[in-house]
Design a protein around this ligand. Structure first.
Ligand code: HAM
Length: 557
């Protein structure tokens, strides 16, 4: 039967990812530039960490029992890496040992040829070979060898390296690809053009074991890894911010994507630099209030809690486990597991039937030790002094394991089910958990997708429309029009440029569609007069403006 399936199926963006298109991107730029201004005012500096990290970083940093790590990560093995050197070393050593050949020289051939990963091997006196060691025979390696041989036989080579030239001229150079045995026999389907492909029975492994990598589901672990790796403790208190994509395999819905963007910040450093002080918590929260206000987001609610520290948690966990022992059998399978492995995570449960049970569980607030209680009270005191409103919410535990003491979320009514616009808190033990020095820290991440969604202004409002549309009129005018556009853009004007194939009517339509304030006509007469017709598209007023005054006139000075 004929396969009639069309081969030109449309390829769509992957579920949970999306394209951000203009004019909405203007809103994203507006948000990012406003938050950069705020970060600058609070003396935060940008950090950019890789988009993928070793899986272990998130397992140890964020916690294996969290939903993010246990269910939502995009993880892959970066595959086995072929160790060319190991194969070459063993092949040469074994050839000699088994007296199959004798090696007079075995040198990588990149001293006189372009960077080629091949070797020049003298197997027995006067039997030179070019050999490359590959995981499998490929056309590329065949090409490489043939080219290498052609190169050394070329007049250019013979001229430049006359010492070696004498030798290569005398002998035919054999070409060989050595591949480890057990890999697919690719030589059977490629045209090897006389190059010998040798399947070598290697004894030592030539594939290095693979590494598990993960697309970052969040950026705090990455920042703390970078803090440790680059000894940032030497700098005292680090105030860092980031803007970038994060990845979680969640069920997509409004405000929840698999690739989403976070704007985040972390304050981290040795305790001696003040990183543990409640003043830091309050400063971060006040900055967030300022930021949301400046963006024109009103109606946010700050939910605040303290989740204690390594000292007060054990007592609380015991009480929580005790309470769960009775009720867990009536809860979902995830909760039954969490009740044993990581009871705090029971609070992440979204199953509706479990909620009444969860609402009756003991909360951390009555188990805080003296130091945590004092810390939390001081944070609240500063917030009151700053007139930052907050709701105490003792059920707020946050979904990531690293949190200690202050934990918070800002919610916004307009967002629907996914109403957390941002979340954050302290993570005083995270650096140690990742093998670093003690480095108390506090930070947050704003869901940029949600932030943009909750902005009242329409995207149209923040787009800068063209100041002028430069219309080339008549054959041969494109160059002159481009020159004018170039001059005007140097004056920081937004300029849109037409095409000489457009008639006057079409140019006007294009200028109006682009929302330009003025249209500037570049025709033969105008060029001759060195003065151009400039028409205000809103008022219809038209004047002839000398070239030298164009920018000033359009700027409206
Ligand atoms: P998080 O609460 O997991 O915290 O995420 C922070 C924010 O990212 C959420 O409040 C939400 O706005 C947004 N977000 C999370 N998942 C998605 C998604 N699938 N689609 C759209 N937006 C989403 C963290 O990530 C911590 N690293 C925050 C932090 C920084 N804590 C201390 N420092």
């Amino acid at each position: 039967m004929l396969n009639v399936r069309p081969t030109t199926d449309m390829i769509k963006a992957v579920r949970g990812t999306r394209d951000l298109l203009p004019p909405e991107t203007a809103l994203w730029n507006f948000v990012e530039s406003a938050v950069r201004d705020v970060f600058r005012a609070y003396n935060f500096q940008e950090i950019r960490t890789p988009i993928f990290e070793s899986t272990e970083l998130f397992a140890r940093g964020v916690g294996e029992e969290t939903d993010v790590v246990s269910k939502e990560m995009f993880t892959w093995s970066d595959g086995e890496r072929f160790d060319e050197e190991a194969l070459a070393t063993e092949w040469i050593a074994r050839g000699v040992e088994e007296k199959r050949f004798f090696v007079e020289s075995a040198t990588p051939v990149n001293s006189y040829l372009s960077p080629l990963r091949i070797r020049f091997i003298n197997r027995v006196p006067d039997r030179p070979e070019f050999v490359c060691f590959r995981p499998k025979a490929t056309l590329e390696s065949v090409d490489l060898l043939l080219k290498a041989r052609a190169d050394v036989k070329s007049d250019e080579f013979l001229r430049r390296y006359s010492q070696d030239a004498e030798y290569v001229r005398r002998f035919e150079i054999k070409l060989r690809i050595v591949v480890p045995s057990g890999t697919a026999d690719s030589a059977s389907w490629i045209d090897t053009r006389g190059v010998e492909v040798e399947q070598f029975q290697n004894r030592t492994p030539v594939f290095k074991s693979s590494q598990s990598l993960t697309l970052r589901p969040e950026n705090t672990a990455g920042v703390v890894r970078a803090y440790i790796e680059h000894n940032l403790e030497k700098r005292g208190l680090n105030k860092l911010y980031y803007i970038g994509p994060q990845f979680r395999r969640e069920r997509p819905q409004k405000g929840r994507y698999r690739q989403f963007y976070q704007i985040g910040a972390e304050v981290i450093g040795p305790a001696s630099a003040g990183s543990e002080s409640p003043a830091r918590d309050a400063e971060v929260l006040e900055m967030l209030a300022t930021l949301l206000d400046r963006l024109g987001i009103d109606g946010w609610i700050l939910q605040l809690n303290s989740v204690g520290c390594a000292n007060c948690r054990p007592d609380y966990f015991r009480a929580l486990k005790d309470a769960l022992r009775d009720v867990a059998p009536r809860m979902c399978a995830d909760c039954q597991r969490r009740a044993v492995t990581n009871p705090l995570r029971v609070f992440d449960c979204k199953v509706p039937e479990d909620q009444p049970i969860i609402n009756n569980l003991p909360t951390i607030s009555s188990y805080l030790d003296h130091a945590c209680t004092q810390h939390f009270l001081q944070v609240q005191e500063i917030l009151r002094a700053l007139d930052i409103p907050f709701n105490l919410n003792d059920r707020l535990v946050r979904g990531l394991d690293y949190y200690t003491r202050t934990a918070f979320e800002f919610t916004h009514g307009a967002l629907g089910a996914q109403n957390a616009i941002l979340g954050g808190g302290r993570y005083d033990g995270l650096s140690e958990a990742l093998g670093g020095p003690a480095a108390p820290g506090i930070g947050f991440a704003i869901g940029e997708d949600r932030l943009v969604m909750s902005l009242q202004e329409s995207a149209e409002g923040v787009v800068r429309k063209p100041d002028v549309y430069v219309a080339a009129l008549g054959a041969g005018m494109n160059g002159e029009a481009a020159r004018l556009a170039r001059e005007l853009r140097r004056h920081d004007l937004v300029v849109d440029l037409g095409d000489e194939s457009f008639r006057l009517k079409k140019s006007f339509e294009a200028a109006t569609k682009a929302g330009a304030r003025y249209i500037l006509i570049v025709g033969e007469n105008e060029v001759k007069a060195d003065a151009f017709a400039v028409k205000n598209l809103a008022t219809g007023e038209q004047v002839a403006v000398p070239r030298a005054e164009l920018a000033r006139r359009i700027q409206g000075e």
